[in-house]
Design a protein around this ligand. Structure first.
Ligand SMILES: [Zn+2]
Length: 231
């Protein structure tokens, strides 16, 4: 992955910097990881925040990650006392869903909550409320993914060891009775978890109503690397 970043031409570097709103610095100190690491600006609106994620996913798909060029030591120091993430993501725990990489984002940018099946439970909603109401993220995305084992297991309703089946109760309402299309179920589950979040969190719902936050369901394709915004 790192080799992709070093292969980037200077012109690509400038274009990418412009995408995150720091074009002026890019022209004065081209290729400077230090400048990049210290000047990220909070997007002005939920739409801008979503656009930054979409552009980051395009870089990921094109194998042109810019976040790997940033100075991690400076980032760690600058974020030591506080964090100001611009987006919150609820994703599956699946090892093939590397959230920061998928959106080409570095330390301090994303508030990520992960649980098998990307479920809206009291604990995950509480975490996301913290991200939105306290930290001030502008966009919140629930991401389902291709070949999700949690959704597949819920559809199959097979006996599983330990407490694994306790996840089923959160996914089952999203499934169509008698449905057999796993991909459709994964998409419906992501949308259902967003709906559940809206309905069970007056705090998140009010932030959305005030235009401070936007909520989305999305689908991540393991093969292409694309994140598709569903709603
Ligand atoms: Zn999964």
């Amino acid at each position: 992955m790192i080799s992709f970043a070093y292969k980037m031409k200077p012109i690509d570097r400038r274009r990418l910097l412009k995408q995150v709103g720091i074009a002026a610095l890019a022209s004065s100190v081209p290729g400077s990881a230090r400048a990049y690491a210290t000047t990220f600006k909070m997007p002005a609106s939920p739409a801008d925040a979503l656009a930054i994620l979409t552009q980051g996913n395009e870089r990921f798909r094109a194998k042109r990650l810019s976040s790997l060029q940033e100075d991690l030591e400076i980032l760690r120091t600058n974020t030591l006392e506080q964090q100001k993430p611009f987006a919150a993501i609820l994703s599956c725990a699946d090892s093939r869903v590397p959230v920061e990489l998928m959106f080409d984002q570095t330390i301090g940018h994303l508030f990520v909550v992960r649980v098998a099946g990307n479920l809206a439970t009291p604990a995950t909603i509480a975490s996301l409320e913290y991200g939105a109401a306290v930290l001030g993220v502008k966009v919140l995305i629930v991401i389902g993914h291709r070949n999700c084992g949690a959704v597949q297991a819920t559809m199959a309703a097979k006996a599983v060891p330990g407490q694994i089946s306790s996840l089923y109760q959160y996914i089952r309402p999203a499934l169509k009775a008698g449905g057999t299309d796993l991909d459709e179920a994964i998409r419906e589950n992501a949308k259902y978890q967003v709906a559940l979040m809206r309905a069970s969190s007056p705090l998140l719902a009010s932030l959305v109503k005030e235009g401070k936050l936007s909520l989305h369901a999305a689908y991540y394709d393991l093969k292409s690397g694309a994140v598709e915004i569903l709603a």
